[in-house]
Design a protein around this ligand. Structure first.
Ligand code: CS2
Length: 487
């Protein structure tokens, strides 16, 4: 007999917990751009907790900017899905009721949703590359395809900046309050960056609107954390056994969850404290800790682990030599953290090691290796520069850089090839085409615009070890380079 689809809480028969509220009793107050697995494992969960504890019309109108896949899974389920938390001690499941519906690859409907007066907060997870912000200049990246298209046709926007600006224009012209814009991506000072991008985009088409946005719209920064691998068939099978229902939108994640947010919501917000969110005056030090320690070592794990033949993060942690390099990285990263009240960086590092080792989570190194050009500047290069300026040991940052440069060649030691999956893939491939000498590869990748700071690449304390490690990787293989690395 086939199982019923998860369309209604009354259908749930397994051990999964269900919300203590009736989802349909609560209206929508949030539009979320980018309804991937991470959103469903993070903000949607905290919003579910908030509604459960304090009520309110805070359900989420989700938007998938390009793909129709998630809408196809979630809309027939009335937004319901199973969250599976997998820890070393076991698995727990709950059904989440905070998502109302999904708009898929439909810019006009997205704009309409953003113009709805009931929307008071717009949350965003579109990955680092999704915004179209020129981080160096602090404004819109006019070469980004969506930004270019939206600047040419601002009345029919398709990208994040264009949609936000068009919706804010409509709201201003209609005498409505704006919404608060909350970026939840792994970018340094994500709120400030998004403000610069949005205000800068508006300046190109309507300077008065730009001033209005700058004055009236809040862009709090936030630091988000939860390790969430892509869902697989096993995720869906687990959801079935936990709910007795067929669920095509289930997600699995680790038990740990963290959200640190600047409390600047003029139009109100859900009671996210109910899910454990921490509200602070300045998120920057938390962001820096997470980007440098968690994400930095994640990227080291991804490039060196993938090239050494490890499919999952947990396998990398089971490789003694690599696990030592991860600890070395965490120590070096902890050393450059400015003090943060209530946080012991050594303990934070230990907790990260345990999270990376979680045997129940199958997090692919290849997934984390994606989009290196967007991730490494804040994860590896900026910390390397700080360590260099402080005259600290920068060996681990040079090792991570060499591993990424080796990865950029697109083939493993055994000759297997793979796609780079990076918005700069074409430039990277063209830069290293035909090169085999470490110095040439180093110089070619260092010359790519906006990636490695010249203060770093021109400094021999950085350049020499990167070239040396890359040379070992090319001559003796990545395995040998890992094994030869001093602790
Ligand atoms: C990872 C992150 O894929 C990646 O680049 O480093 O997605 C990481 O899992 C999250 O930031 C954890 O909060």
């Amino acid at each position: 007999m086939s199982s019923p689809r998860l369309t209604d809480l009354s259908r749930v028969t397994g051990p999964a917990k269900v919300p203590n509220y009736e989802p349909g009793d609560h209206g929508v107050g949030i539009v979320h751009l980018g309804v991937g697995a991470f959103h469903r494992a993070h903000q949607a969960v905290m919003t579910d907790d908030a509604i459960a504890r304090s009520g309110g019309d805070w359900r989420i109108n989700g938007v998938s900017l390009r793909s129709k896949e998630i809408a196809g899974a979630l809309n027939p389920q009335n937004g319901l899905y199973t969250l599976i938390e997998r820890g070393p001690g076991g698995t727990e499941a709950r059904v989440i009721g905070s998502i109302a519906n999904i708009i898929a690859a439909d810019p006009a409907a997205t704009l309409q949703a953003l113009c709805d007066e009931k929307i008071r907060v717009v949350t965003i997870t579109v990955t680092e590359k999704g915004y179209g912000i020129d981080r160096a200049a602090g404004g819109p990246d006019k070469k980004h395809p969506a930004v270019a298209a939206d600047l040419a046709n601002p009345g029919h926007p398709t990208g994040v900046l264009g949609l936000l600006v068009a919706a804010l224009k409509f709201r201003r012209d209609a005498g409505m309050a704006p919404f608060t814009v909350l970026s939840c991506d792994n970018l340094p000072e994500n709120g400030k960056l998004l403000r610069l991008g949005t205000v800068g985009f508006a300046r190109e088409i309507d300077p008065e609107l730009s001033d209005w946005i700058d004055e009236k719209v809040a862009f709090p920064s936030s630091m988000v954390d939860r390790i969430t691998p892509a869902s697989t068939e096993e995720t869906l099978a687990e959801a079935l056994s936990q709910t007795g229902c067929e669920d095509k939108a289930a997600v699995e994640t680790e038990p740990f969850i963290q959200w640190v947010i600047e409390d600047d919501f003029p139009q109100g917000r859900p009671d996210w404290e109910a899910g454990g969110a921490l509200f602070v005056a300045d998120v920057a030090p938390y962001e820096r800790m997470k980007l440098t320690m968690l994400n930095g070592s994640h990227s080291l794990i991804a490039y060196s682990g993938f090239l050494a033949g490890h499919r999952y993060v947990r396998d990398v942690m089971g490789d003694r030599a690599l696990a030592k390099l991860v600890r070395r990285h965490l120590d070096a990263a902890a050393d450059i953290m400015p003090p943060l009240a209530g946080i012991d960086f050594a303990e934070y590092g230990e907790a990260l090691v345990e999270r990376f080792r979680n045997p129940a989570i199958a997090h692919e190194t290849y997934q984390i290796a994606m989009d290196g050009s967007q991730k490494l500047p804040q994860r590896i290069f900026a910390p390397a520069l700080i360590a260099l300026e402080d005259s600290r040991d920068i060996r681990t940052f040079t090792f991570a850089t060499a591993a990424w440069m080796r990865y950029a060649l697109g083939r493993k030691d055994d000759g297997t090839t793979y796609a780079l999956r990076d918005p700069m893939a074409d430039e990277i491939e063209a830069a290293v085409a035909g090169l085999s000498n470490p110095d040439d590869i180093y110089n070619a990748l260092s010359a790519l615009p906006g990636l490695l700071p010249t203060e770093l690449t021109a400094d021999d304390r950085f350049a020499a070890p990167v070239k040396e490690i890359l040379g070992t990787m090319l001559e003796a293989g990545v395995r040998a380079a890992i094994d030869r690395e001093p602790e």
